[in-house]
Design a protein. Structure first.
Length: 298
């Protein structure tokens, strides 16, 4: 609310300044000019505080500015609720609908913009699907696309290092993003629908989640790309990951979710996992892209 209020005041005063300069090109738009417009020429300090954003415009102030300076001032009021927030904040509002208070997602510990990475990777995958090339994608190709997305979103490519595979699963590739303050381990798991037994996908996903949570790093990130079959398994066994708003934290109780599962393969063992959902995107091929931060529950 504070950010939206200050942004709206900034837009109104910017429009007022431009209208003032058209009206009085030889006079600067200062605190005294604003005090004059507000009808309080003897109260300079409050007007200066309004210009500085440390004191709020009141409703009658906005009405007076509109009446005295014209439609351009009131035209600065955004028509869409999301535009009440400055653009950098809008990028953190995925999933928000007017009618509820905005919930902001926080950047990762390493400062990486996972929202923008999720947007860029989803766009890449959708382009490949539209071009009819998605059946040619391999884990390595998607991992390289992820590296490109990271660099396009501000990560220094010299900081990106290849890591050894986390599991024996050919669908997983791992990266390290070291920095002087924080080391981020990033795993990509690419699970398109090229399996004979869809029900075996959940134990596979659970093993991947557990392997990522075991990494020695300050921040453990899993970028999970799933086709329709794997997405259905997630909706059944990890519904919060598919339906929750980005920024939501929840706990995966591995032993509980592995009950009554096929016995093929090695089931994960160990502590439950705390998961912070950083980003979620729907794919045009009826899959999803999930970006999550994982931590073992102590």
């Amino acid at each position: 609310m504070e950010v939206a209020t200050l942004h709206l005041q900034h837009l109104l005063l910017l429009a007022a300044r431009e209208a003032w300069q058209r009206r009085s090109p030889d006079r600067r738009f200062t605190g005294s000019a604003l005090a004059e417009l507000l009808g309080t020429p003897d109260s300079l300090r409050p007007a200066e505080k309004r210009l500085a954003g440390t004191q709020r415009l009141q409703l009658d102030d906005i009405v007076r500015l509109g009446l005295l300076l014209g439609d351009d001032v009131l035209g600065a009021v955004p028509a869409a609720a999301s535009d009440l927030l400055p653009e950098p904040y809008q990028r953190l509002l995925d999933g928000w609908q007017p009618g509820t208070l905005p919930q902001f997602r926080q950047p990762g510990l390493g400062g990486h913009d996972w929202t923008s990475v999720g947007i860029a990777l989803t766009a890449y995958l959708d382009v490949e699907t539209a071009a009819g090339r998605d059946h040619l994608l391999t884990t390595d190709a998607v991992a390289y696309a992820l590296v490109q997305c990271l660099t396009e979103c501000g990560t220094d490519p010299s900081r990106i290092e290849l890591s050894e595979d986390l599991t024996n699963d050919a669908t997983v590739r791992a990266l390290q993003l070291p920095s002087p303050m924080v080391t981020s381990s990033v795993a990509l798991a690419y699970l398109p629908d090229r399996v004979d037994r869809p029900t075996a996908l959940w134990p596979r996903i659970a093993n991947i989640l557990h392997a990522v949570a075991e990494l020695e790093a300050d921040e453990r990130i899993l970028v999970l790309v799933t086709g329709p079959a794997a997405t259905r398994q997630l909706r059944t066994h990890l519904p919060d990951g598919v339906t929750a708003a980005p920024g939501t934290e929840f706990t995966l109780r591995i032993q509980t979710t592995m009950r009554n599962q096929p016995t093929t393969g090695q089931h994960p063992v160990g502590p439950d996992l705390d998961i912070l959902l950083l980003d979620r995107r729907e794919l045009s091929a009826h899959g999803i892209v999930l970006v999550s931060s994982l931590t073992k529950r102590r």
